[in-house]
Design a protein. Sequence first.
Length: 413
Amino acid sequence: MHSKAFLAALLAPAVSGQLNDLAVRAGLKYFGTALSESVINSDTRYAAILSDKSMFGQLVPENGMKWDATEPSRGQFNYASGDITANTAKKNGQGMRCHTMVWYSQLPSWVSSGSWTRDSLTSVIETHMNNVMGHYKGQCYAWDVINEAINDDGNSWRDNVFLRTFGTDYFALSFNLAKKADPDTKLYYNDYNLEYNQAKTDRAVELVKMVQAAGAPIDGVGFQGHLIVGSTPTRSQLATALQRFTALGLEVAYTELDIRHSSLPASSSALATQGNDFANVVGSCLDTAGCVGVTVWGFTDAHSWIPNTFPGQGDALIYDSNYNKKPAWTSISSVLAAKATGAPPASSSTTLVTITTPPPASTTASSSSSATPTSVPTQTRWGQCGGIGWTGPTQCESPWTCQKLNDWYWQCL
């Protein structure tokens, strides 16, 4: 079975390209990234890659549309930071996800520490949504209406000013007010650790059902996807978690994907595992009717939130700190290309198929023993030299050798 899948992959039409182009050809709406407002105007390499629509078809602001940025003082609205993402997306013809409305964090103290009645806090939420969502009306594919309302253990709702004032009624209230503010955008609940399909996922299903039972509009659930190398669920397990929400009539998406190494520096084998983990996440979206896209939470290890939050951990993204594509990039590219060409899927527990021999040194056969040798192109150190769907050089410049990192990616090391 594995050999047949491998042969079919080799015979499938070669597909190359950048990640968003491949994602769209594979049936997704987009492959996107978060935009760091503090970096976009100071790092030209960052800006060039982020602004390439063929690579990232959708942008989401890392911080610029959160409450503390858009309404730091009551009734005083500031769109300067949020407009960085909106203007960048518009300039490049990229889509935009908008993030976020109702969240316990990055909430100005005038909201979080205020003394509210149900009516007064309803007015505050409504005013905020009407202004901010109104400002970006017609520009957002989706809004994350409520973010992270569930405690990590999954057994209770996260304490915040909204829960203390409304109880769980704030779930439906938020979605109803958001619908009035922008009737045409998709409305999402967004959270992390839903991927593991445990108590927190159960609680998110409960939240969705509560909103639906109240007759409030909800269109999707965002799986943030802040994961750890080697601890990421399998492709089939991830798809099962996604499908719990599509079964409720919702769409789903990965909204903040990164997969961090728990210790640094990462070894070659750890980088290979990271690539497999990314491929499984993207593959699970491809396997789920109703999964519309994947957004990475930044794309280069040079600019990531993780080292400051998890000291000693990181390198969680698809480009390294020098803007070289990592095995994770190639694994994502390969799994998207396989779907785009209709190559048979791999085992339900992994995106990979088994290869027992290294890639051939050359695909050119000699017509006779006395034929003049042909020049064989070689790859430089660190370059890709093999893997499923690879059509480039398979020999490395001396003294480097072509070594397997995973089935999708061989590298000159």
